[in-house]
Ligand binder design. Structure first.
Ligand SMILES: NC(=O)c1ccc[n+]([C@@H]2O[C@H](COP(=O)([O-])OP(=O)(O)OC[C@H]3O[C@@H](n4cnc5c(N)ncnc54)[C@H](OP(=O)(O)O)[C@@H]3O)[C@@H](O)[C@H]2O)c1
Length: 279
């Protein structure tokens, strides 16, 4: 039996569909009622008792449940303490696939910090774990690229030459399934697209594939940095990802060779993924 946390989310919903297609025995941890075609258990990562009940009879966990946006305290509660609740509830030989983030390795934001601490908790307690670190995940109904497609006016912070390596949702799902099916353990894999692209290039590709013309407004990074610093001082518990905004001009690229070698990971290009979003 596979337990999936975060089953109602962007990645979780796609993953569950794929696992059901493959006739896997799946139990989804949900917080709210949702029409889902698998066994369901209700609970919250922050509630130890509900997690202890959720893991009963489970031999594999795919841990996607997390907060991406939130105050530092909220991120710590779900991404660190919640992950610890899960890790401490399962048998230490359970196959445990933890969906972390590229931010865990390259960025000093509250979100990246909590994903890194989550990784440490997994490694410290369990004998059979795999950590996947996706870059920016895009696909229908995602948080970021869908908004860009809908927007007509596009703010570009700084010169737009900083690089990202976005990954298509189905490539992330395929990577998780490969880890599930292959005999790999105790490894951390970057899961990103095949190419590093500047933000400007990403906008060019979206604009070409969707045949839309953005009005690009360049905002100096120093101005954004100044505003976010002031905002942070005034609203300490803000849910806005201010550190992620401050880090926006850092390159977020990743070497995917190890995933290619060990699990046959072979992602599609950003242009192909954007084309699929338009279909
Ligand atoms: N999206 C990206 O670009 C990206 C990139 C790199 C890594 N990741 C990682 O990939 C994973 C999935 O991301 P996603 O985009 O699918 O995120 P998402 O759409 O925001 O989904 C998050 C999921 O976590 C659940 N969750 C949040 N707090 C919870 C709690 N206290 N107890 C139980 N469940 C809780 C949510 O449940 P509710 O529906 O009840 O809120 C939801 O199912 C996350 O671990 C994220 O850090 C995402």
């Amino acid at each position: 039996m596979i337990l999936i946390t975060g089953a109602s989310g962007f990645v979780g919903s796609e993953l569950v569909k794929e696992l059901v297609k493959r006739k896997k025995r799946v139990r989804c941890l949900l917080r709210k009622k949702k029409d889902i075609n698998t066994e369901v258990v209700y609970g919250d990562l922050r509630d130890k008792k509900s997690i202890e009940d959720a893991v009963k009879g489970v031999d594999t966990v795919i841990h996607l449940g997390a907060l991406i946006l939130g105050s530092k305290e909220e991120l710590i509660d779900v991404n660190i303490k919640g992950t610890k609740n899960l890790v401490n509830s399962v048998d230490k030989n359970t196959k445990f696939i933890f969906i972390s983030s590229i931010y865990a390795g390259i960025e000093n934001s509250a979100y990246g910090y909590t994903k890194r601490k989550g990784e440490e908790a997994v490694k410290a307690k369990l004998n059979n774990w795999v950590i996947l670190r996706p870059s920016l995940i895009y696909g229908k109904n995602d948080f970021f690229i869908t908004r860009i497609i809908r927007a007509r006016v596009m703010p570009v912070i700084g010169n737009g030459r900083y690089k990202n390596q976005p990954v298509y949702i189905k490539d992330v799902v395929n990577a998780i399934i490969k880890v599930l099916e292959k005999d790999v353990k105790n490894k951390t894999y970057n899961i990103a697209g095949p190419h590093a692209l500047s933000y400007n290039k990403m906008l060019d590709i979206i604009s070409e594939e969707f045949k839309i013309r953005f009005l690009r407004i360049h905002i100096p990074f120093t101005l954004i940095n100044f505003i976010t610093k002031i905002y942070k001082t005034m609203f300490r518990n803000t849910k806005l990802p201010l550190e992620q905004i401050q880090n926006i001009t850092n390159d977020k690229t990743a070497d995917i060779n190890m995933a290619a070698k060990d699990i046959g990971y072979s992602p599609i290009s950003f242009r192909q993924g954007i084309r699929l979003m338009g279909e």
